[in-house]
Ligand binder design. Structure first.
Ligand code: ADP
Length: 449
């Protein structure tokens, strides 16, 4: 069974308490029931034993003291001639006439629905004769008292158990609250990808506090090394920019000169690679800065339809050079709130991919439409497509679905698209089928003036 620690603790605690309470109560009641009844028997015996003091012989006649008929401690005394059942003196409760004698044993007799202890004993008289004394006492009173106490105990026990369970629940909830806090912090870190969060338990000395403090220390370390890594990427990308642009300039200069065609070809390959590296460095720098929260987005009202048309026209031209047709269908007068440069970058990266992974003679479709509060813009190509396995990974950094097919990409373009989309609350959906084509669908909130 998959129970939470809280439930398990409460259940265990309640079961243990119930067992202990049941055991203690059982023990107490069995001891006290014996005690009560042996107490009653003891009193009865003593009273009968001492009764001879209330009998004297005067002139051969048996004289009973007045105390003999008194019902002391609920005990009735009665006297009989040995061997006879006629009452000589004393008092008996109703229904005891003619009850046979059994010497020196306490027995339980029920008459008229009342339970009695009866004790018979031969008492020697001063004149050498003997007399039979009978002591009778009701045990119902003791029994009733005992039963009442038992009833109260049986009634109170479930209440006590409920109280124990409720108290146990609150106590374990309190005791486990720090664990909840640790879980919430971890969930928060995962959901918001924010390593700056800490558990921050109030000072304490228990094991959970230790755990939380160790966990916070671990987070400090992880955050620090992540920051270092991001700074490192940032620094490297930054430092590479200058030598790369110097190398590019020198190469362009060299290519202008009179060179052997073969050398020229080789140098053009190098120039291509340098272009790729420059682009990759810029992308890395952007991502590193984004990770460090160093990018300030300038969000403003943007004429999204116009921006889309501008992009479409630019890419129509580029597509044409590659023998690809770009068609577009853009609904007019749609506005969004966003950072124009970043939205352009998003469009560029997706359209560049569409161009790169499309075959000559195919068509790329760009459409912008609205639905209720949203604007939906789609870029669809008839290119190589993306396999189901790759589809979930294409937004990861440096991920390239098929490394052998193209040497053009860096694997960073869609990571940037994802970051820009997240920063603008844009939802991304990708539909693709290998060898048929891909469709990137973006949904962004409309800006209503
Ligand atoms: P790259 O610079 O390699 O294109 P991206 O991050 O932009 O990097 O894309 C990651 C991978 O996703 C690409 O390498 C490619 O395999 C796949 N991909 C992206 N867009 C398309 C597309 N329109 N058609 C087919 N595959 C694509």
């Amino acid at each position: 069974m998959n129970l939470s620690i809280k439930t398990r603790l409460v259940t265990l605690h309640t079961i243990t308490t119930t067992l202990v309470v049941a055991f203690v109560l059982g023990l107490l009641f069995s001891i006290s029931s014996n005690e009560i009844f042996s107490n009653v028997s003891q009193k009865l015996k003593t009273r009968v034993n001492e009764s001879y003091e209330e009998i004297t012989i005067i002139d051969g006649n048996i004289i009973f003291d007045a105390d003999f008929v008194k019902i002391e401690d609920g005990i009735y005394l009665s006297a009989y001639n040995v061997g006879e059942s006629d009452l000589l003196y004393g008092r008996i409760p109703y229904g005891f006439e003619g009850l046979e004698f059994k010497e020196d044993v306490i027995r339980e007799v029920n008459t008229d629905n009342v339970n009695y202890y009866v004790y018979d004993m031969k008492v020697p008289l001063e004149n050498g004769n003997e007399i039979m004394i009978r002591g009778i006492t009701s045990i119902d009173e003791a029994k009733n008292e005992f039963d009442n106490t038992l009833r109260i105990a049986l009634l109170l026990t479930p209440l006590l158990i409920i109280l124990v369970a409720v108290l146990g629940y609150f106590l374990s909830k309190r005791a486990l609250a720090p664990v909840d806090k640790i879980t919430r912090t971890v969930k928060d870190i995962i959901a918001k990808k924010d390593l700056s969060k800490r558990v921050n338990l109030k000072k304490g000395s228990d094991e959970i506090y230790e755990l939380a403090a160790t966990f916070d220390e671990l987070l400090d370390d992880v955050e620090e090394s992540m920051q270092r890594e991001k700074r490192f990427t940032d620094d490297v990308a930054h430092e590479l920019r200058t030598p790369l642009s110097v190398a590019k300039m020198s190469l362009t200069e060299a290519l202008r000169g009179d060179l052997d065609p073969e050398v020229k070809e080789e140098l053009k390959v190098v120039q291509n690679k340098l272009d790729m590296m420059t682009k990759m460095t810029a992308q890395l720098l952007l991502l590193a800065r984004a990770d460090q929260g160093k990018i300030d987005l300038h969000k403003e009202k943007i004429a999204f339809s116009e921006l889309s048309e501008m992009v479409a026209l630019e890419f129509k031209e580029l597509a044409l050079n590659k023998g690809i047709e770009l068609v577009y269908d853009i609904k007019e007068d749609l506005y969004v709130k966003g950072d124009e440069t970043m939205l352009l970058r998003l469009y560029n990266n997706v359209l560049e991919n569409a161009l790169n992974y499309s075959k000559e003679g195919s068509t790329i479709r760009l459409s912008v439409d609205d639905k209720d509060e949203d604007i939906i813009f789609k870029i669809a190509d008839e290119g190589i497509g993306i396999s189901k396995d790759d589809l979930g990974k294409i937004f990861e950094r440096f991920y390239r679905a098929d490394k052998s097919r193209t040497l053009k990409g860096s694997g960073l373009g869609l990571s940037i698209v994802k970051w820009i989309a997240d920063a603008h609350d844009i939802r991304i959906e990708v539909k693709s089928e290998p060898d048929k084509g891909s469709e990137f669908i973006f949904t962004i909130k409309k800006y209503e003036c």
